[in-house]
Design a protein around this ligand. Structure first.
Ligand code: AN7
Length: 337
């Protein structure tokens, strides 16, 4: 498959001769989840966004935001990030041959994401403050300096991310509901835009971590906390648009606890064979907690990032290895348990 700008150029703001910075993102698997479906009494599919080139849905937005930046002659791109945007920006900046810089909350991003940003050669700045503070600061920096801001406040990010809705409808037609994690609220806004553009209106069911649930509580959360570090956000940039999407689609935004997130995370890995990162499991956690809404029988859960992004949380949650001496009897009894 070509990258998503090439695949969906007729529905994206790019002309045939515009530069395209792509790693062949998008076209991710939409995998049926029979065990999850059985538990909630509906047909459920998982949109595996961890299969994107840098392991998260951010690549959809980044191919568009960085292509636009290059079209405008930008020599550097910048973002605030809880990790995945940083990893994606770094890869696409490397691909474009421009400078990338990312500002992340110190000590609060998953190891894999940090490794990615550093390997791709971005300048990684560890801020002594949370994501919300970082986003405020990068907005100010980009007003003062000739640097392109590629957080999801950048409209090209949403343009790219809306293509996931196109893929769902192209592959399985109409669905009744979409379960999706909500952090900065760009992705749910983008999905809704995409569905609307193809004449679809599934219920948008957004889920936030209980310790970082500003949309649920209707107020800014000053010190958001959750094990799902990707969605540790207290003041989402796309607040109004996300609420509008949920209202217009007769959807809902609700909270799930860290324990519920981790249960869903483990269930997906061990029960469906799909390893996502903790934040990504919050949509499934919400579906398991609140059940399928009345009359809803076809549901897609968006798994936004790959499980390998956060090996530390995985190892903390998983069972332990079985130590074994190198002889046949010992190996046999270790294997048979
Ligand atoms: C795995 O990387 O905000 O509601 O800076 O990494 O569009 O913010 C990440 C967000 C869900 C929430 N799942 O999406 C960042 C960042 C994963 C994520 C979200 C994020 P939005």
């Amino acid at each position: 498959m070509p990258g998503l700008i090439e695949r969906y150029r007729d529905r994206l703001p790019f002309a045939p001769d515009d530069p395209v910075i792509s790693l062949q993102e998008g076209s991710t698997p939409l995998v049926p989840a029979p065990r999850l479906g059985e538990r909630v009494g509906a047909d459920v599919w998982l949109k595996i966004e961890g299969a994107n080139p840098t392991g998260s849905f951010k690549d959809r937005g980044m191919t568009c935001a960085v292509s636009d930046a290059v079209r405008n002659g930008a020599e550097a791109v910048l973002c605030a990030s809880t990790g995945n945007t940083a990893a994606s920006l770094s890869a696409y900046a490397a691909r474009a041959g421009i400078r990338g810089a990312v500002i992340v909350p110190e000590g609060k991003i998953a190891t894999g994401k940090l490794a990615q940003a550093l390997m791709h050669g971005a300048r990684v700045i560890a801020l002594r403050g949370n994501f919300d503070v970082a986003l405020k600061l990068v907005r100010e920096v980009c007003e003062r300096q000739p640097i392109a801001l590629v957080n999801s406040v950048n409209p090209f990010r949403l343009e790219g991310q809306k293509t996931a809705s196109f893929e769902i409808v192209d592959e399985i037609g109409s669905i009744d509901a979409l379960c999706i994690p909500v952090g900065n609220a760009g992705n749910i806004t983008a999905y809704w835009k995409g569905f609307q553009e193809v004449g679809e209106s599934p219920q948008m069911l957004g889920f936030q971590a209980a310790g970082a649930a500003p949309l649920v509580e209707g107020r800014v959360v000053e010190n958001p906390e959750t094990i799902a570090s990707a969605i540790r956000i207290g003041n989402p940039a796309r607040w109004e648009e996300a609420m509008a999407a949920m209202t217009a689609s007769h959807g809902m935004v609700r909270a799930v606890t860290d324990e519920e997130i981790l249960d869903a995370y483990k269930f997906l890995a061990a029960g469906e064979g799909v390893f996502c990162e903790p934040a990504s499991a919050s949509g499934v956690a919400g579906l398991l907690k609140y059940g399928a809404p009345e009359g809803v029988s076809r549901i897609v859960c968006v798994l936004t990032g790959h499980g390998l992004k956060d090996p530390q949380t995985a190892l903390m949650q998983a069972g332990s290895v079985v130590p074994c001496e190198p002889d046949l009897g010992a190996v046999e009894s270790a294997v048979l348990g």
